[in-house]
Design a binder for this molecule. Sequence first.
Ligand SMILES: NC(=O)c1ccc[n+]([C@@H]2O[C@H](COP(=O)([O-])OP(=O)(O)OC[C@H]3O[C@@H](n4cnc5c(N)ncnc54)[C@H](OP(=O)(O)O)[C@@H]3O)[C@@H](O)[C@H]2O)c1
Length: 325
Amino acid sequence: MPRALLVYDDEPRARVEMLDAARLPEHAVTVDIDYSDLNYKDALAVTGSGPIVRHYPLVPGIDFAGSVAHSDDDRYEPGDKVILTGWGVGESHWGGFAERMTIDPDWLVPCPGPLSTRQTMLLGTAGLTAMLALMRLEEAGLEPGDGPVAVTGASGGVGSWAVQMLAHAGYEVHAITGKPERNDWLRELGASELLPRADFEAKARPLEKQRWAGAVDALGGPVLATLLAQGRYYARIATVGLAGDSALPTTVMPFILRGASLLGVDSAYIPFERRRAAWQRIASLPHLMFERMAVEEIALEAIADKAQAMIDGRTHGRILIRPTA
Ligand SMILES: NC(=O)c1ccc[n+]([C@@H]2O[C@H](COP(=O)([O-])OP(=O)(O)OC[C@H]3O[C@@H](n4cnc5c(N)ncnc54)[C@H](OP(=O)(O)O)[C@@H]3O)[C@@H](O)[C@H]2O)c1
């Protein structure tokens, strides 16, 4: 019988249990999950540190990849490799921290040919979001020759993929991190400058010395306000996360005096075609990029401790979950 990690509203919050078919939600497709991964949102759900879980008990896990075991939908047949990210899975709907899960076929994307299911979860929502941020910046007109592009939360999942993808696309990447011990690794990923996060956490003046042609920000709060204040004329800044703070203590000055653009990035509810386009672009990335990613592979039983470590800021790179391990 397949196993899963469930979270409950009482102690112990996280429990690994057997899941017989009768307990699975009613959906047209059943997937045997090869890999899931741990995102910041999952860490909030597992530890209860943030209001992610909509109803209990819940199988968390906003991402998974595996093979279709059963399908009542024309688009998928047994054996097809598929990817799931977003759509409220792992929040309102049961998710990927399980050996087997049922799912709405509208939420799936076929795994693009050259990628293995493990490789897709090396990216997961984090890597998909980094690619969507790059696409947003490009669509807003950012070009490699425009000047430095800052990446915050650089040692995290979104940040480390953003560093690699931007560098691969030819941008000069300045990585901002609170973990100087990761500087060498971030250089390997393609960062040309490493800057301490603390330099960006003070309250910014409305406008500061112009530095950034672009940015991918995972932190929000004063750090994002500082990036905006330091934007060059016509800076394009993609906001993807709130690992620092959901507030944004800024002014209109960067927008009305320097023409800055703040570009929102959502990965959870993007339409199928854009999702598929992003995964196809990911599939064309050089293999070396997957090998350079720092990765730790864990079993269902280790998720609770690792989720707390992520909330405490003690993780870096990507954490893969192998439910069958
Ligand atoms: N828009 C979307 O669709 C979308 C998708 C995925 C993720 N997100 C959001 O993006 C953010 C990053 O996600 P992730 O999966 O990359 O998480 P992650 O792997 O935990 O990385 C977050 C990084 O932020 C920095 N950080 C952590 N705690 C912090 C704190 N209290 N104050 C300041 N910096 C802190 C750390 O980097 P350094 O030590 O290097 O600074 C950490 O590695 C989260 O807010 C997440 O919810 C949004």
